[in-house]
Design a binder for this molecule. Sequence first.
Ligand SMILES: [Zn+2]
Length: 215
Amino acid sequence: MTIINLENYNASLKDIYLITGQGVTSNIYVFGGDTITIIDSGNGEEKNKIVPKLKKIFSKKPNVSKTILTHFHFDHIKGLYELMDAYILDILIHKKEAPYLSDLNFKRIKEVNAGDKIILGEYLLDIIHTPGHSPGSICLYEKKTKFLISGDTVFPNGSFGRYDFPFGNHKALLQSLKRLTEVDVEVMLPGHGLPTFSKVNQQIKSSFMAAKNYF
Ligand SMILES: [Zn+2]
C-alpha cells in the first residue's frame, strides 16, 4: 500500500491523497481539511487497512465524517467495516445501490442522485450517474479544478469498465462514456490504476470509441 499526495502531481489538487492497495482492491481517495472524506474503501483485507494510513497522512486524530462509494462492488466497499469500527461516518452511495448496503447491515447510508452536489472543503463535486459497470455507478466531477473521480466506468488510455458482471449493462455503459466525453476533464482519478494528468478528454474519447467498437 502506498500513499500518494496528489498535490505533488498537480498543484490544484490540494489536500487530496491516493491510497493504493494490493490485489483486487480499489483505489482510495482521501480528502483532507476540517473533516475528512474517503472515496471508496478497498477490499478490507488486512494488507489494505486504511486507518493506519490515515494516521500517517494526518498528524492529529483524523476527523472522518463520510465516505462516498462510486459503486457497490466488494473491492470498493469491504473496507467500510474497518472504517465503521474506527469512526462515526455517513455512507453515500447512489440510490440504486443503497438497498444492497442496507442488506449488508451498513448504517448511516445516505442516497445520492444524479445532479446532487457535495461540498468537500474548497471543492464542489457534481454527481454524475454513470450506469453500465453497475446500475448505480457514479463519477464525481469538480468543475473548478476539472478533476473526475471515475470509479470503474472509465480508465486512462482508452480503457473502460467491465459490463459483464451481474447487473452490468453494455448499452448503459456506452451511454455513460458518451456522457463523460461532454465533460471537460484535466485530471482523471480512476478506481484502479494510476491517475492521469494529460490529454484526458482525448483519453475518454478513446474509451468511448473503443467501447463502441467492442460491442
Ligand atoms: Zn467495480
